[in-house]
Design a protein around this ligand. Structure first.
Ligand SMILES: [Zn+2]
Length: 512
């Protein structure tokens, strides 16, 4: 399939899923068709924040269908062709509901062409374009020589380095009698040597390379020129600049620009820069290259790289202004509002060098805590450790509290008189528990069914029962009681190592 600007129509569709923006598809429930001459037809289905793209000949039922030729389609998607112009000139047509189709523009992040692997020709070009800067004058002191590289095969060519008076100059072609000539049959082999994957002696002994003239000089090349280092593939300054401006309109915040009628020009210097103007009027924003006669505000940034740093949050505009690296013409107040008028630029996924994740420690923090149980509950628990069940008695109504309470709930006065009860008692009623609830103290799920009994301990009266477990194998033998009828008699089974807890009683069992 044909490529345009290095991009195939398929590339645009194949990356739609990863470029899908859920927030841009809110409330959309429709299918959209794409009929791209020379490439085929695709159907996009958007529903409930999900999308599906499929290549199909059946575009029936689509709310709208875009019709374009392959070049225009790719150009619009990668920002090489102005979409509005393409539509106005009829190079892009929309069949069906035009309004519905407009929604698709917000559903996808901009397509960023994947960086290609460097070819042999790319490497060869890069090696020779960096040869002069890799020249080491100290290692070539007193040298007056010409070194010809005669590289065959795809991506090859002939270059000659002229070294004289501590200087190096590179020319294409070969002089009549170079001091040394390296003949390499295949460019690919030379790339491997330069990348350290192979060495020149292997090539020579395999007959894949030969040396003419002074062999000694050829052996010194590793000193005369610093090692070649392949360029790091990354999202460059120009890529960021283009991405920032191609996303500017969709980052426009109409609510922050209500009643604003203004033109904002960005004049970005350096080889990666350019001039763009955002026109804001009637709650809408359009972006064009170039600038009007009198923009409301003009931002001049000397170097594109500085502006990229600002947009990526590595620097701030005030530093640039105070360092004289940027200036504002026209209404300064408007420039200060740009952070509200446009939402923050977010670099595309896959672009740039990912931020290094320094250290992540995933851990559930558990804090050991101690707290005082107070004089009353504290005494109750302390007596549990002695395998005794203590209550305190209200001096007014005579009620005994189990567990002990500071104040009588009926009389609202401190219950000061201590009294040992039990340890045996009679079951008033038992609950079968079938739900496997976790034990709040241990987090462990309890085995079901189990029985929770409410015991009227000997010495207790009325409804002041004590709740605890019954031995699991005795659940079915428990009889409830009431004021007139005694329930099953039970006794506590104590832990061997009481700690001062209500669970120093492991459970109650039938007192037989
Ligand atoms: Zn009382």
């Amino acid at each position: 399939m044909a490529e345009y600007w290095g991009v195939k129509v398929e590339d645009i569709f194949n990356t739609m899923q990863e470029r899908f923006r859920v927030e841009g598809a809110k409330g959309v429930d429709a299918t959209f068709g794409y009929d791209i001459a020379g490439a085929g037809k695709w159907k996009l289905t958007v529903k409930n924040d999900t999308m599906k793209i499929e290549k199909t000949d059946d575009l029936a039922g689509c709310a709208s269908t875009m019709i374009a030729d392959s070049e225009t389609f790719v150009g619009v998607n990668i920002g090489k062709v102005d979409g509005t112009n393409a539509f106005m000139s009829g190079k892009v047509k929309v069949d069906g509901d035009l309004g519905a189709f407009g929604k698709t523009s917000k559903m996808f992040k901009k397509y960023v062409p994947a960086k290609k692997e460097m070819t042999t020709a790319d490497y060869i070009q890069d090696m020779f374009s960096t040869l002069v800067e890799r020249f080491q004058p100290k290692a070539a002191a007193g040298l007056d020589a010409t070194i010809t590289y005669n590289i065959g095969g795809e991506g090859g060519g002939i270059w000659t380095a002229h070294i004289k008076d501590g200087k190096c100059e590179l020319k294409t072609g070969k002089p009549d009698k170079p001091t040394t000539a390296l003949n390499i049959n295949e460019a690919k082999d030379w790339v491997d040597v330069m990348l350290g994957k192979s060495d020149p002696f292997s090539l020579l002994s395999a007959g894949k390379a030969s040396i003419e003239g002074e062999t000694g000089l050829a052996l010194k090349l590793g000193e005369i020129f610093a090692k070649y280092v392949a360029p790091v593939q990354e999202f460059g300054v120009r890529d960021y600049i283009l991405d920032m401006f191609s996303t500017l309109v969709q980052r426009f915040q109409p609510a922050a620009a209500a009643d604003l009628d203004a033109t904002i020009t960005y004049d970005i210097g350096g080889k990666d820069g350019g001039v763009w103007t955002a026109t804001i009027k009637g709650g809408k924003c359009t972006l064009k290259e170039g600038q009007p006669d009198k923009p409301t505000t003009k931002l001049c940034i000397n170097e594109a790289k500085d502006w990229v740093d600002v947009m990526l949050g590595k620097s701030d505009p005030f530093s640039l202004l105070s360092a004289g690296k940027a200036s504002i013409e026209g209404e300064t107040g408007l420039a200060l509002k740009l952070g509200e008028i446009f939402s923050k630029y977010v670099p595309p996924t896959g672009g740039g060098t990912p931020e290094q994740e320094l250290l992540v420690l995933k851990k559930t923090i558990s804090v050991n805590m101690r707290y005082a149980t107070g004089p009353v509950m504290g005494k109750f628990l302390h007596m549990m450790k002695e395998k005794k069940i203590y209550t305190n008695k209200c001096p007014k109504c005579g009620r005994v509290h189990l567990p002990a309470r500071e104040v009588c709930a009926e009389c609202r006065i401190p219950a000061t008189e201590w009294l040992e009860v039990g340890p045996k008692g009679q079951v008033r009623y038992m609950e079968y528990v079938y739900y496997a609830s976790p034990d709040p103290l241990t987090g462990e799920t309890r085995e079901t069914p189990y029985g929770m009994i409410n015991i009227l301990l000997d010495g207790c009266v009325g409804n002041d029962t004590f709740a605890h477990y019954i031995r699991r194998d005795q659940i079915d033998r428990i009889k409830n009681g009431n004021n007139d009828v005694s329930g099953t008699r039970v006794r506590p089974v104590w832990s061997d190592k009481p700690t001062g807890s209500v669970f120093d009683i492991k459970y109650f069992e039938i007192d037989e």
